[in-house]
Ligand binder design. Structure first.
Ligand SMILES: [Zn+2]
Length: 460
């Protein structure tokens, strides 16, 4: 009999391990934050656990890995979804960002972490303002995270006027802050928090800043994170200024390497994909945002090239199940094939695939002996999930974020009965809701077409 901390039983265990077996009547034995066994239920008396979670009507799978996120940006929820995304982003979101106080970002980061925890996300790769405050929340609430400060050298709030002037002083200061963040937080919370250098995008950073950021990341021994080929405007800007595509520009500045996460690649052309492929850089694909914007990235080409790929939520709905379904539906529609992407592949892309994008594939992303115990429990006792036959489609096409009842990170229960255990969700939401009228007024003053109030074209 082996003493263990936690035994998690499952009616169906999805380890997302090589060969992708689904194991009926499985269990995961956890000791000191790591997996001792993940497989068929062992004979009674094999384990002496401090605590056991019953597997009755439960599916158990690796925690979702979200390889490109902005936890705090839910302040702009619904503001760019139905109202000409580009204009709403540049004229409203980018202009409002600069006046948001650190306390507001901290509150938003808390709400974002609660939202992601409740959706079964156990690891995030975040790039945003006030990273120290996000890191404090991550440390407290039990998530695993790679975090980067948002580095750029244009005035984001002037982009709506077409002013892309690079200001070296802005870039130097933001990079300095990004380095200071990394020096303070890389390896913190028992290794749950690591840092990246987060150059914002290829059109909002001059080549000199990209080179300097690469030098700092290499000096610190940490990776990088950047939006690349995410919009037509960015591609246009980079082509006009440098005569090449966005990822080609990153290659030419010497930034590309296997430790660089490229988000989006929606408008990537052959030269960009060649550059990504040759460098070993990885790719964060955000299936929920692309259909809303009317253009889907060349996912099949990217995967065929062997570019390590994983799924992410960006700053859209944090429901990994909806994300997987969006990818499946988009790919099947585009390729005119009901097998263009399989449910098993979709689950891989949101777990081990996304872990690989972040360089964490040896530690998390699948349930295998020796890996860190990051896993979630899905309650199958729900009308929309029954009858449950235990295949991949049953989980991926039918489950919802709200079916996740328990999440475990490094062996610690961070979500129980669908509620975060180490973050006061109700208090956070109460504080957040108090701020909404003020935010609505600021959005309206900037001309948001998505809010009601003075200045709104619908209501005068
Ligand atoms: Zn993003």
């Amino acid at each position: 009999m082996t003493e263990i901390d936690l035994l998690v039983r499952a009616e169906f265990l999805y380890p997302v391990s090589p060969g992708m077996p689904v194991i009926p009547d499985g269990e995961v034995a956890i000791s000191r934050g790591r997996i001792l066994h993940a497989g068929p239920r062992q004979p009674e008396g094999s384990w002496f656990p401090t605590r056991t979670l019953s597997g009755e009507a439960k599916a158990v799978l690796p925690g979702f890995v979200n390889c490109h996120s902005h936890a705090a940006s839910l302040i702009f929820r619904s503001q760019t979804d139905d109202h000409a995304a580009k204009a709403a982003l540049l004229e409203v979101a980018f202009r409002m960002e600069k006046d948001i106080e650190e306390e507001e970002w901290a509150l938003l980061a808390e709400a974002g972490c609660a939202d992601m925890l409740q959706a079964g996300i156990t690891t995030i790769n975040d790039i945003w303002y006030a990273p120290h405050r996000l890191a404090e929340t991550v440390e407290a609430c039990g998530l695993r995270a790679q975090i980067a400060h948002k580095v750029f050298d244009v005035r984001l709030h002037d982009l709506w006027r077409g002013d892309y002037t690079h200001h070296a002083g802005i870039g130097e200061e933001r990079l300095r802050d990004g380095v200071a963040f990394a020096e303070r937080w890389h390896g913190a919370a028992g290794g749950r928090i690591t840092a990246r250098i987060g150059t914002h995008a290829t059109d909002t950073c001059a080549p000199e800043l990209l080179r300097a950021a690469r030098a700092e990341a290499s000096r610190l021994g940490i990776g990088m994170h950047i939006h690349a080929a995410q919009s037509a405007a960015e591609v246009e800007q980079v082509r006009a200024a440098h005569g090449c595509g966005p990822v080609e520009l990153l290659r030419d500045t010497g930034m590309l390497a296997p430790d660089v996460v490229l988000a989006h690649l929606v408008f990537a052309e052959k030269g960009d994909l060649d550059a990504a492929q040759e460098s070993g850089a990885t790719y964060a694909h955000c299936p929920t945002i692309y259909p809303r914007r009317g253009r889907y990235p060349p996912l099949e080409d990217i995967m065929e090239r062997g570019i390590p790929t994983g799924f992410a939520t960006d700053w859209m709905l944090n429901d990994p199940f909806e994300g997987m379904r969006n990818a499946l539906n988009a790919m099947r529609l585009r390729l005119g094939s009901p097998t263009a992407l399989s449910c098993a592949q979709a689950l891989e892309l949101h777990t081990i695939g996304a872990a690989r994008v972040m360089g964490l594939q040896e530690e998390i992303g699948s349930l295998e002996t020796g890996k860190k115990a990051d896993l979630i429990v899905v309650d199958l006792d729900r009308p929309h999930l029954q009858p449950y036959y235990g295949d991949y489609a049953a989980l991926v096409y039918y489950a919802r974020a709200s079916d996740v009842v328990t999440s475990i990170v490094a062996g610690d229960i961070v979500l129980e009965d669908g509620r975060p255990t180490m973050l006061d969700r109700d208090r956070t939401l109460a504080h957040l809701k108090q701020r909404v009228p003020g935010w609505r007024a600021r959005l309206a003053a900037l001309g948001s077409r998505a809010v009601f109030g003075p200045g709104c074209p619908c209501c005068g």
